[in-house]
Ligand binder design. Structure first.
Ligand SMILES: [Cu+2]
Length: 114
């Protein structure tokens, strides 16, 4: 084996080592999940939810009455969800959100993103 050939072989070995790591990282990103918050009997269920950054929360209105999930801070708002409608929101980074229903402000919930 010449020196050049040996160096090329080492470089190929390094690439082969990096590739599986990259694949593993891609899988780790794929762990983001979707959580469901049911809006049922004029309440959010669960009312308090903790999720990981990157996860998605799907609000599903199971009532006949319209509801919203509206952040106190204005950071998000599903808008009016009629019975049977849903809205999905992704939460990319750590934060805590208190939210309420704009139609029935006594309906309250929170999402903690860790
Ligand atoms: Cu409501």
């Amino acid at each position: 084996m010449s020196k050049i050939t040996r160096r090329t072989a080492l470089r190929l070995a390094a690439v082969a080592t990096v590739a599986p790591l990259a694949a593993h990282m891609a899988r780790a990103d794929g762990h983001a999940t979707t959580h469901t918050v049911a809006i049922r009997n004029f309440a959010f269920e669960p009312a308090n939810l903790t999720i990981n950054a990157g996860d998605t929360v799907q609000f599903v209105n199971e009532d006949n009455a319209p509801h919203t999930a509206t952040a106190d801070s204005g950071a998000f708002d599903t808008g009016n969800l009629r019975g049977g409608q849903s809205a999905s929101l992704q939460f990319p980074s750590s934060a805590t959100f208190s939210y309420f229903c704009a139609v029935h402000p006594r309906m309250k919930g929170s999402i903690t993103v860790v």
